[in-house]
Design a protein around this ligand. Structure first.
Ligand SMILES: NC(=O)c1ccc[n+]([C@@H]2O[C@H](COP(=O)([O-])OP(=O)(O)OC[C@H]3O[C@@H](n4cnc5c(N)ncnc54)[C@H](OP(=O)(O)O)[C@@H]3O)[C@@H](O)[C@H]2O)c1
Length: 254
């Protein structure tokens, strides 16, 4: 049986763990070839080796221009083409704004927002020439809803939604550009925030209509759909996968 992504080559930024790794697994299961990315080339290679045939490691810091070129160039070097770019690498900064240092703000902007510009531009140079492609960005529920102590994260993730629309308009009809907006998902990012006492996962689960945090693999279906030919008429769209978080406006006593 052939998979929905048979013959496609995907580069996934930040795919050594978490949501990116879950998407990589799903893409491989659907027949795609996948470039696994981490800042550390040894980590990218190790994860790719564990995933087996169809995966190749590409070490690159995608928040830099050289890193964006390395991710796209390394993917084409490994597999000869690039059909899908997933801009997934991201970081949080759960800090009161009065304690948010400029260099931390800049790091979040560079990774969550500038990397989307740099990697998309690099991929589009290739896709516009080769005649087609698809870009999928990773947004967040914080693209749409305000949270205290998340100024840099929310601002950059809101920008990702608009960059998705802007690039969809600019590169149509050759490249489709879409996004997935995850709700709270059990990854190292969230585990670390919990360990530092910055979030309360019990309270978050209680606030979520589906009453639990997502597993990373529960994000993968939206990416697979958007990358597949089933989404051939979908562009400029952000699919929210949040267990109902954004739909829910009630509070205790409402
Ligand atoms: N988890 C959630 O609840 C949640 C909710 C909404 C949105 N998101 C978004 O989903 C995406 C993935 O999050 P996650 O929770 O899976 O995060 P994670 O577990 O922290 O994984 C982040 C990944 O990005 C890589 N990475 C970090 N900086 C990088 C850089 N400069 N260049 C290349 N790769 C880099 C990491 O690899 P190395 O450290 O090895 O470089 C790792 O593979 C992010 O954009 C995040 O904002 C997450």
């Amino acid at each position: 049986m052939s998979g929905r992504l048979e013959g496609k080559v995907a580069a996934i930024s930040g795919s050594s763990r978490g949501i990116g790794l879950a998407v990589a697994r799903a893409f491989l299961a659907e027949g795609a070839k996948v470039a696994i990315n981490s800042r550390d080339p040894a980590v990218a290679d190790r994860v790719a080796e564990e995933l087996g045939a169809g995966a190749a490691g590409v070490g690159a810091d995608v928040s830099t221009e050289a890193g964006a070129k390395a991710l796209v160039g390394g993917t084409i070097e490994a597999f000869g083409r690039l059909d899908v770019l997933i801009n997934n690498a991201g970081m949080s900064a759960a800090l009161p704004t009065l304690e948010l240092a400029l260099d931390r703000w800049q790091k979040v902007v560079d990774l969550n927002m500038t990397s989307v510009f740099l990697c998309s531009r690099e991929a589009a140079r290739h896709m516009l020439e080769s005649g087609g492609g698809s870009i999928i960005n990773t947004a967040s529920i914080m693209s749409f809803s305000s949270f205290p102590r998340r100024l840099a994260y929310g601002a950059t993730k809101a920008a990702v939604v608009m960059m998705t629309r802007m690039l969809a308009a600019e590169w149509a009809p050759t490249i489709r550009v879409n996004a997935v907006a995850p709700g709270y998902t059990r990854t190292e990012m969230v585990e670390q925030l919990q360990a530092e006492g910055r979030i309360d996962l019990d309270a978050i689960q209680h606030r979520t209509p589906l009453r639990r945090i997502a597993r990373p693999d529960e994000m993968a279906g939206a990416y697979t759909f958007l990358a597949s030919d089933e989404a051939s008429y979908v562009t400029g769209e952000t699919i929210v996968v949040d267990g109902g978080w954004l739909a829910f406006g009630a509070f205790e006593g409402a």
